[in-house]
Design a protein around this ligand. Structure first.
Ligand SMILES: [Zn+2]
Length: 293
């Protein structure tokens, strides 16, 4: 259990709410965001794929309405680094991995505006890992709890990390309120981080339990433990790995499948260009908002 973190989140968001049964409080709404796209070789996502095959994959963000506010899982690209020519050469200059922004403005602001949610309503952030397409928007969130595995941040702060598209400029800000975990942890009511190292040294996936008031059930979000549905369906390792083997990465997907199977939850891959838009629409329908939250 993550009681200190859990209490802090509740205290910071819902100081006047008393007496509810924590065990019954789940997530009340899920909003999927597409914070950009990546044009890249399929072999990054699927180990051993034909090197000539390329894909265009969505960059995921997930908003979860938990007790007292919104929790955001992953934050997209750092547009500041993309728009300055010298930074762009250093951080986004790889012609093999092309980052594509969804619109002319700041992707997070545009996606949140589309969802009718203010940036200031995001009261905590969870990071699956620190790659450029997941931690790049963290600069918007100083002073709110940021949940990450300790191992991931330790690795991210090494010089070596930059060779693997983990850029400390994205997250090395003393104003971030880090909440570092050493294993599985409940980061908010109904949101559990599950370590799935392999893609990066401290990668984590998230189990989301929905509140009974919205029909219960839930989802397991693999993030980059499984980029595509074929990583899940065919037990094929992701291609992008740091200090791990394909077998270890497949084992993490099997663990996630077991967790999802126990709860009868779907296991959602992190970058699937078919699954992500379809689930975005499905959840928008399920949680169609009329007034207030
Ligand atoms: Zn990644």
């Amino acid at each position: 259990m993550a009681d200190p973190v859990h209490r802090t989140l509740l205290a910071s968001r819902a100081p006047n709410r008393n007496g509810f049964d924590l065990a019954r409080n789940g997530v009340r709404e899920i909003v999927l965001l597409t914070l950009g796209w990546q044009d890249l070789p399929k072999a990054v996502s699927v180990d051993g794929a034909d090197p000539a095959l390329r894909m265009r994959e969505p960059v995921p963000g997930i908003l979860l309405h938990v007790d007292g506010g919104w929790l955001l899982l992953d934050t997209g690209f750092n547009t500041g680094l993309m728009r300055d020519a010298a930074f762009r050469r250093r951080f986004y200059g790889d012609p093999i991995h092309r980052a594509i922004l969804p619109g002319p403005g700041e992707p997070l602001e545009e996606a949140l505006a589309h969802a009718g949610i203010e940036l200031s309503e995001v009261h905590a952030v969870g990071l699956s890992h620190l790659h450029l397409d997941h931690a790049g928007g963290l600069r918007h969130f100083t002073g709110v709890p940021v949940h990450c595995q300790r191992r991931e941040l330790e690795y991210g702060l090494t010089f070596e990390a930059e060779r693997h598209a983990i850029y400390r400029v994205d997250f090395d800000d003393p104003k971030h309120d880090w909440r570092l975990a050493d294993g599985q942890v409940e980061v908010a009511p109904g949101v559990t981080a599950v370590p799935t190292a392999g893609h990066t040294p401290g990668h984590q996936s998230f189990v989301v339990d929905l509140d009974d008031s919205v029909g219960g059930g839930g989802y397991v979000f693999a993030f980059d433990a499984a980029d595509l549905s074929e990583n899940i369906d065919d037990d094929i390792s992701i291609g992008g790995r740091i200090d791990s083997t394909p077998e270890e990465c497949v084992e993490q997907v099997r663990r996630l499948k077991a967790i999802a199977g126990e709860r009868s939850y779907p296991l959602i891959p992190g970058h699937d260009p078919v699954v992500w838009p379809a689930l975005t629409d499905e959840l928008a329908g399920r949680f169609a908002r009329t007034s207030g939250r």
